[in-house]
Write a protein that binds this ligand. Structure first.
Ligand code: ADP
Ligand code: MG
Length: 766
């Protein structure tokens, strides 16, 4: 169904910003020369100041110097692209360049200043003006805004800014961002609001907005759907999608000294940009069949814009000052390659996912519902009118099919109808109340009936109103033009725009011719081979030689530059690789030494490669059926769906009501604590001490008490046995008895005059 067009190349324009105050103050050299007429940029290399002719020259579709106005760019370069989006083509505008060279200025510009507004606001104006001038067409415009930072996609219009979105692919519509929010906008003001909300969200959460914006890609997407009656009498829908991309700064992120997280960040930041470069190279190369779109989110998302179904304009922004010359040259080389990318844009007609179609179908469905309702109403009315019960209904003698009647008219009639119905019911109610012939019971019944009717009426009315409101809301989103087409100023403005466009077109053609003339110059030089004299021939050939020699030198210099750049890049990559390898080794060592091998194996078994995301992931842990380690069910849950307290179980059995049913207390098996005490064990006495004690106790038997002094007069005592009789009586008392207990026996009655001193007990051997 889609009209195909022959391939066309990506249009590349270069814009050089003015010197800023700082650069002026520091008196930097101006090294960039811009030839707007021929579309050339000349860069003087400050390192080779002597060889002034060794300027590097780049040719582009158009170039803009520091005096260029935003509107010039828009009219010459962007307007045709947006126009084709309005026709149903996909279009993309990239702003590429080092940070601080004017990417955001070109894309967004200065808000609130009509002169310095960028492409995005200008395209809003353009799109809605176009719609307001259209005739017999229906439009649906919606906008999305997203950001890619460190290979994560953030929806700048969603409420939850912490959420990261994913890319998905469908065979029919290609790559898209899953769950990306998009807002239907009905006017410039509304879409501007969408942009502002997104911009606010973009700065939220970034401590340094400048740094953040220089490291992230912002993509504003406008989708324009247009429905028009085709020659075949059917409605056809064309869908154009405009991607407005403010890329991250192209300067190389310094990786030196970065480690761990920082290194990862640095490698990730420019991943999308380097992938973009690789995609461009692969596309231009022509030999490589594989285009590495899948290497980054950006390239995947904008796959169509590079070598696919889209018209693409790339704006390369550069700065003019000498200290930026390396970056400037890199940017120019990069965009110079992009010139050769071939796209195959075509009008997207009747795609499956056109929202406009859905809207139209929904509106038709709702209208049909409304129609049915009003049909029902009318029939009822007519029937009732026929009965002749109420005369007032008859006056509404309307025609059968009043489809064509104006909306307001119908609304008014509906309003009248509702009012009448209500009044009638009210009147009937009153009549019943006042009717004394009825029995009280009947009265109540009738009244109830009437009340119910009134209730129904109200409900029906509300439903009808809701439906009408819904239809209105949906219809208001579909934009139609042609209302103020006769507006005189509008007409004049249109003429003005047309003229401006013509001028832009003329300029473009002039430039093209100039470029052609230049390239032909060289050829014609060769053709002029009829020389009048030898001298002339020598002169001409010398001139030619000089020119070619200069060219050769330029090419040689360029080759050398490229080689140097290549080597630098390679070194940087090698460094990154080394660091990543080191990182990997460290992780390996940690795994080998600190993670049990069975744990490692478990993780290895769970790991799988997600083709969609191109990322290693781990499967969630699932309990195997035959796993004996499955947790036992808590006691209180056996036989129930979940743990229940004893009280709740009793309550369930006793009472049918629901109270206490959900009292859930988990009852678990008694958890016996581990014993923390031990049985008492007698202390073990050290052998030395034991021996000493033994010694001491043995000797006790031989305690001798000199009892000679205690002789009693009561009777003779055999002196031989005196010592034995004075032996301490054996008792249960521990032998280590109190020392104070003096050996007292019935035989020994110490005389008061002689104090008794205990004798050595032999603790110390005699
Ligand atoms: P980038 O987005 O590439 O980092 P900006 O758009 O933020 O750069 O531009 C940096 C500064 O230069 C801003 O203050 C901007 O106003 C200014 N600037 C850039 N381009 C132009 C231009 N063509 N004319 C005037 N000022 C410009
Ligand atoms: Mg910026």
């Amino acid at each position: 169904m889609s009209k195909s067009k022959s391939a066309e190349t990506v249009k590349v324009v270069v814009r050089c910003r003015p010197m800023n105050e700082k650069e002026k103050a520091a008196k930097f050299d101006l090294v960039v020369a811009v030839d707007v007429k021929s579309g050339q940029i000349m860069v003087k290399n400050p390192r080779e100041a002597s060889a002034s002719e060794l300027r590097k020259v780049f040719t582009f579709d158009s170039v803009y110097d520091w005096n260029s106005k935003q509107l010039d760019l828009y009219d010459e370069t962007f307007r045709p692209l947006v126009d084709s989006v309005l026709l149903g083509f996909n279009g993309t505008i990239f702003a590429y360049g080092q940070t601080g060279t004017g990417k955001t200025y070109t894309m967004e510009g200065v808000r609130n200043d009509p002169e310095r507004r960028g492409v995005i606001p200008n395209s809003f104006e353009h799109i809605f003006t176009h719609i307001s001038r259209s005739q017999n067409q229906q439009y649906l415009v919606r906008a999305s805004y997203l950001e890619i930072y460190q290979e994560e996609i953030r929806d700048l219009l969603s409420k939850d800014q912490s959420r990261r979105l994913e890319l998905r692919e469908r065979p029919d519509t290609g790559v898209y961002v899953k769950d990306l929010s998009s807002f239907v906008t009905k006017s410039v003001r509304e879409i501007e609001h969408v942009m502002n909300v997104g911009n606010q969200n973009r700065s939220v959460g970034s401590t340094n907005m400048n740094e953040h914006s220089s490291r992230s890609h912002a993509i504003f997407v406008i989708t324009v759907e247009c429905s028009e009656l085709g020659v075949d009498g059917e409605n056809h829908i064309r869908v154009g999608k405009l991607n407005l991309v403010d890329l991250a700064g192209s300067e190389r992120q310094s990786k030196t000294g970065a480690q761990g997280e920082r290194l990862k960040e640095a490698t990730k930041i420019n991943l999308s940009l380097s992938a973009l470069g690789n995609v461009i190279s692969a596309l231009v190369d022509g030999r490589s069949s594989h285009i590495p779109y899948r290497d980054s989110k950006l390239t995947r998302l904008l796959q169509d814009s590079l070598g696919g179904n889209a018209r693409t304009v790339m704006v390369a922004n550069i700065g003019p000052a000498s200290y930026n010359v390396e970056e400037t040259l890199t940017t120019l080389r990069y965009s110079n390659r992009a010139k050769n990318i071939k796209n195959k844009p075509r009008i997207n007609e009747d795609p499956k996912d056109a929202l406009l179609r859905e809207f139209q179908e929904e509106i038709a469905r709702l209208k049909e519902q409304l129609q049915k309702r009003s049909g029902k109403k009318k029939r009822r009315r007519r029937r009732r009118g026929g009965e002749g019960s109420d005369g007032e209904d008859l006056e509404e003698g309307e025609t059968e099919d009043d489809d064509e009647e104006a909306g307001e008219d119908r609304g008014e009639q509906q309003e009248n109808y509702w009012r009448e119905q209500q009044e009638k019911l009210e009147r009937e109610r009153k009549a019943i109340m006042e009717d004394h012939s009825l029995v009280a019971d009947d009265k109540v019944r009738l009244l109830k009936e009437k009340e119910k009717k009134m209730e129904d009426l109200k409900r029906e009315r509300e439903a009808g109103e809701m439906l009408t409101a819904k239809v209105k809301a949906m219809e208001s989103k579909l934009l139609v033009g042609g209302k103020n087409i006769v507006d005189h100023t509008n007409e004049q403005q249109k003429m003005l725009e047309l003229k401006r466009q013509e001028i832009a077109e003329q300029k473009r053609r002039e430039r093209e011719m100039q470029q052609q003339v230049e390239s032909r110059d060289e050829e014609t030089l060769e053709l002029k081979e009829t020389y009048s004299s030898l001298q002339q021939e020598v002169d001409i050939k010398t001139k030619k030689l000089k020119k070619l020699f200069a060219k050769l030198q330029a090419v040689k210099a360029e080759i050398q530059d490229l080689q140097e750049e290549h080597i630098n890049k390679r070194q940087e990559m090698e460094q990154t690789q080394n660091e990543l390898t080191r990182d990997l080794k460290l992780k390996h060592l940690i795994i080998e030494n600190f993670i049990p091998s069975e744990e490692k194996n478990k993780i290895v078994n769970r790991a799988y490669f997600d083709e969609e995301d191109e990322y290693w992931k781990t499967k969630p842990i699932t309990r195997m059926e035959d796993d004996h380690q499955m947790m036992s069910r808590p006691l209180s849950a056996v036989g129930y769906r979940r743990p229940l307290s004893h009280h709740a179980r009793m309550a369930m059995m006793m009472r049918p009501d629901m109270r206490y049913k959900a009292e859930n207390i988990i009852m678990l098996d008694m958890d016996l604590p581990a014993r923390t005490t031990t049985e008492y064990q007698e202390p073990v006495i050290a052998p030395k001490v034991a021996a000493a004690l033994e010694d001491a106790l043995r000797d006790e038997d031989e305690i001798q008490v000199d009892a000679s002094g205690f002789h009693s007069s009561s009777g003779p005592t055999p002196p031989a046995s005196a010592s034995s009789s004075l032996k301490k009586p054996k008792s249960g008392r521990p032998r280590t008895g109190k020392k104070s207990s003096t050996p007292t026996s019935p035989f020994s009655l110490p005389s008061p005059g002689s104090p008794l001193y205990p004798q050595s007990r032999g603790l110390v051997p005699k």
